[in-house]
Design a protein around this ligand. Sequence first.
Ligand code: GRF
Length: 203
Amino acid sequence: LRLGVLASGRGSNLQAIMDACRANKIPAEVAVVISDKAGAYALQRAESAGIPAHFLDYASFDGKGAYEQAAVTILKESGVQLVCLAGYMRLVGETLLRTYANHIINIHPALLPSFPGLHGQRDALNYGVKVSGCTVHFVDEGMDTGPIILQAAVPVEEEDTEETLAARILEQEHKLYPEAIKLFAQGRLRVQGRKVMIQRLAN
Ligand code: GRF
């Protein structure tokens, strides 16, 4: 399965996905990485791994449609079958959604539908929940609202700061994202309305 990863920053999830692919833990490969941030460390990680990396400057396009059309062109030329958002800080628009319907997934650092948005860890901490975690989900037009594929839970400790909680969640993200991609690559995910059914392996 050929993956296209969209990332805006650090790229630690991108790294986890590339590592899992290279270690043959999942039947997939990262074909291309696209970032909307010029200096994103994710771009360097891709280049270090010998994977084509593109910076698309949102401001240089005439709106979201044109910007996403440029991304679609790159993804298509790279033969991408599944788009993985990994710390991609933009809402996905119509152009990408239509081209890759049910073929775009995202990871979010909270147990959705709780705490969507930019500060999942901080919001969970401030709310006082005792358990949080991460969610891999299909992407729809909303903010972190699409059908849920997998979740992992972590405890929230009394002494936690946003940073310590984020680190505990991130450790799980790096396992959960490759696992979700593996299920997709194995053709085991079926979206039925809001729900994602995971087909069991015959034994
Ligand atoms: C992760 O916490 C992810 O869940 C969120 O943004 C962060 C990206 O981290 N969507 P990285 O760029 O993958 O290191």
